[in-house]
Design a protein around this ligand. Structure first.
Ligand SMILES: [Zn+2]
Length: 306
């Protein structure tokens, strides 16, 4: 089935690397919708990509964000200040309007790298932000998108279905085009194994013929991809849990997790360049921190998982 939309992929060239973060521009009968803005650090590239397609910034009146992590949404405030309307999960909306807390906690993680990595993070005017709930339909550009709540990577995550395709953000994992390596970003503080496994099933059940993760591009073979993602979620969580149970410290765990992931990448035929692409969009220490936090939290539950 051919839709009434035309899909363009803008390569944001994050950190100078091709095909790591996408911003999708959908041309409908009555205008554009943009899915993901990318970070502020790639704003120039987003604008150049738009110009190449023959569009002006003012043509972008509607932006759908899968979630508010900076690599997906860091530039959203800038766009909102230009007059674009932002659609985002209701848990994420307040942080776009008042980003101070988000910036403060990210600054603790990234330190001096904050600016070079993410650029400016500006507040979005409240009147330009629409908070979305599961199942909401967003009518923009003469098209209808459906928001599907898809937590696990982040609590505040939506996948957007458009006719026969779906924009999956990080909820279906990542797969960079030139490298055949499905991967999972499991950052703190909201990574949740069980919840994410359910989300993958939910995406699998969507009546779409292809999915588009933000990292990066079209995946037509969604069944096999999603099966691999589920396996990887389980294996990664188990890898970390076993070592935590043995009393391994964070630094050693990061070393071992990195080693394990590099071996997996090499087995998939990735060169050092390929590994650099993956580790740039998915820093491995972040996943170790995310998974460790998840297991620590669970242990606190009465009769918990330990
Ligand atoms: Zn994310």
């Amino acid at each position: 089935m051919t839709g009434k939309y035309k899909l363009h992929t803008i390569d944001l060239h994050f950190q100078g690397l091709a095909e790591t973060i996408a911003s999708y521009v959908v041309e409908g009968p009555d205008g554009l919708a943009m899915i993901e803005t990318g970070p502020g650090s790639t704003l120039e590239n987003a604008l150049a990509g738009l110009a190449e397609l023959g569009f002006k910034p003012a043509d972008v009146q509607h932006i759908l964000l899968t979630h508010i992590h900076f690599d997906h949404a860091g530039a959203a405030g800038w766009w909102a200040q230009q007059g674009a309307h932002i659609y985002v999960h209701h848990f994420g909306a307040p942080h776009l309007i008042t980003p101070e807390k988000l910036i403060a906690s990210a600054s603790r993680i990234y330190g001096e790298q904050m600016g070079p990595l993410w650029g400016d993070i500006l507040p979005a005017p409240a009147e330009n932000v629409t908070a979305l709930y599961d199942g909401d339909q967003i009518e923009v550009g003469g098209l209808t998108f459906i928001a599907h709540e898809t937590p696990g990577h982040a609590r505040h995550h939506h996948v957007y279905q458009l006719e026969d395709i779906a924009f999956t953000g990080d909820a279906a994992g990542i797969l960079l085009p030139k490298f055949n390596l499905p991967d999972i970003p499991a950052p703190p503080p909201e990574f949740d194994l069980e919840v994410w496994l359910d989300t993958v099933d939910r995406i699998g059940a969507l009546p779409v013929e292809a999915i588009y993760p933000t990292h990066y591009g079209r995946i037509p073979h969604k069944e096999s991809h999603l099966a691999t993602i589920k396996q990887l979620l389980r294996e990664s969580a188990l890898f970390v849990k076993e070592r935590m149970d043995d009393g391994m410290n964070r630094e050693t765990l990061i070393d071992e997790y990195t080693q394990w992931n590099r071996e997996r990448a090499q087995q998939a035929g990735l060169s050092e360049e390929g590994i650099l692409h993956y580790e740039t969009v998915n820093p491995l220490y972040m996943s170790v921190d995310g998974i460790m936090r998840y297991w620590r939290k669970r242990k606190e539950w009465p009769g918990g998982n330990k």
